[in-house]
Design a protein around this ligand. Structure first.
Ligand SMILES: Cc1cc2nc3c(=O)[nH]c(=O)nc-3n(C[C@H](O)[C@H](O)[C@H](O)COP(=O)(O)O)c2cc1C
Length: 174
């Protein structure tokens, strides 16, 4: 049982990557691979660029990582109410290789931000568009006020009620 987890952000200190990794670690006996979107940096998508360079190897590599998973955890960064550019760019490229990017894997979609909104807007977008991309959403959760509720040094939620909610959400995966 392998969980592939990533933050939908290219920030080197991404709070969403930290949350996705923590969430995956809550599933006992799962093998976890945490991806970093910086390892999948591709030029900005356009149909002209696609004609020029074809299907980038990195998009194919990203799809192969998702294919290797029994389940997938994504935590979405919210920029101006929507996806962070790094994720949207990768989604656009990968969707041109295979529209069902998530390959009918069970997924948990999370989101967090430092503010009270907890990136709920982008989470809503991700959940509502999930069927189009072949994501079988088993659960979703937004964590508001990240720095009040998550201990970055320990890499875990220190708000125990939220940690229980996250554990319950993750347990829907299998
Ligand atoms: C350009 C920009 C736009 C942002 N817009 C939002 C927003 O709409 N909603 C929100 O909750 N946070 C917003 N934020 C704050 C992010 O939630 C915060 O930077 C967070 O750390 C991003 O997640 P990450 O660390 O995983 O990249 C924005 C940040 C940036 C740089």
């Amino acid at each position: 049982m392998k969980i592939v987890a990533f933050g939908a952000s290219n920030s080197k200190k991404s709070i969403n990557k930290a949350l996705a990794a923590h969430a995956a670690s809550l599933v006992e006996e799962a093998q976890v691979e945490v991806l970093d979107l910086n390892d999948f940096e591709i030029p900005m998508f356009s149909e002209d660029k696609e004609t020029e360079i074809g299907q980038p190897k990195l998009a194919q590599n990203f799809l192969a990582k998702l294919e290797s998973a029994s389940a997938i955890v994504v935590s979405f960064a919210e920029h101006n109410g929507s996806y962070a550019v790094a994720y949207k760019n990768l989604l656009d490229w990968t969707s041109r290789v295979k529209r069902e990017v998530f390959q009918h894997k069970p997924v948990v979609f999370l989101a967090t931000s430092p503010g009270p909104g907890g990136a709920a807007n982008v989470l809503h977008t991700a959940v509502t568009s999930a069927p189009f991309f072949g994501a079988e959403v088993r659960g979703s959760l937004s964590i508001p006020d990240f720095y009040d509720n998550f201990d970055m040094a320990r890499g875990e939620l220190n708000n125990l009620a939220m940690k229980q909610q996250l554990t319950d959400t993750m347990n829907k995966l299998f």
